[in-house]
Write a protein that binds this ligand. Structure first.
Ligand code: B1M
Length: 219
């Protein structure tokens, strides 16, 4: 095993242990050594956060530990962003994204945003805890091709339906394509709330966003 693989394999443990500084040091070393930012995220960060979730679920971790691990993961995203932004730059479309009302989880949304930006999309990030009014205002202000919603809680995923309903009530539904994602979301749920597409991960979000733009152009 190469020395690169050895230190990369330490990254998930550092995230799980909530070692913010250690995670940052190794992630910076990896990126400087030419490790692909997308690989760093999908192969090391995402599985580590799944393990943090498992530890929380079985009572070994409390919210405070989840939060510190999230900060360690956030450090990787901060470092990875400029590397991902070196992707294509032809204007692909405008996407407004947010995590829905009542939900503070933003790591997944931030990864999706970074990959979309790296693929040439202009992304307007509304942040977390975003309800219908803020989406409506953002559609008026930014005239996006797509609005994207993320939810990580089974208690907040239904807000997606409320937002889509509000967009329809405002007469804006034909103006935008709607993309949804997040751990509890499924294709069946996306269909039920009337979204145009569901993406299980960030790479799929980029493919889907491209397809939705094509559909929008030809409609
Ligand atoms: Co929370 N939390 N959390 N948490 N947390 C989960 C989601 C949970 C599954 C943990 C568990 O029990 N196993 C559980 C939800 C259970 C449920 O709803 N059934 C849970 C809970 C219960 C809670 C609290 C209620 C805990 C409490 O207070 N008692 C609380 C709620 C706070 C709130 O939001 N109102 C809470 C709080 C937190 C922290 C603040 C401590 C922290 C979040 C910090 C932050 O995000 N800045 C946190 C964390 C870190 C987690 C886990 C451990 C990790 C989430 C994560 O970042 N995953 C999570 C366990 C888990 O997910 N297994 C858990 C990594 C990320 C890359 O994946 O977000 O799925 P994900 O994103 C993926 C895809 O889903 C997709 O692409 C991404 C990249 O591949 N995707 C999209 C996501 N959004 C998309 C949007 C798209 C397209 C694709 O289009 C727009």
């Amino acid at each position: 095993m190469s020395s690169e693989e050895l230190y990369l394999d330490e990254i998930p443990d550092l995230i799980i242990e909530g070692d913010i500084k250690g995670t940052r040091t190794l992630a910076a070393k990896a990126l400087e050594a030419g490790v692909d930012a997308q690989v760093l995220i999908t192969r090391y960060l995402v599985p580590a956060m799944e393990e943090v979730g498992r530890l929380f679920e079985c009572g070994e971790y409390f919210v405070s530990e989840m939060l510190v691990s999230a900060r360690a993961a956030g450090g990787i995203l901060e470092l990875a962003e400029p590397y991902l932004a070196q992707g294509e730059h032809k204007a692909t479309g405008v996407v407004v994204t947010g995590t829905v009302k009542g939900d503070m989880h933003d790591i997944g949304k931030n990864i999706v945003n970074m990959m979309l930006r790296g693929s040439g999309f202009q992304v307007v990030d509304l942040g977390t805890d975003v309800g219908p009014a803020k989406y409506i205002q953002a559609i008026r202000e930014h005239n996006p091709d797509i609005i994207g919603m993320s939810a990580l809680l089974t208690t907040t995923m239904n807000v997606m339906g409320e937002i889509i309903q509000a967009v329809s009530n405002e007469g804006m539904r034909n103006q935008v394509k709607i993309l949804v994602g997040g751990a509890p979301i499924t294709q069946a749920f996306a269909d039920a709330v009337g979204a145009d597409g569901y993406a299980p991960d960030a790479a799929a979000s980029v493919r889907l966003a491209r397809r939705l733009i094509e559909e929008k152009k030809s409609s």
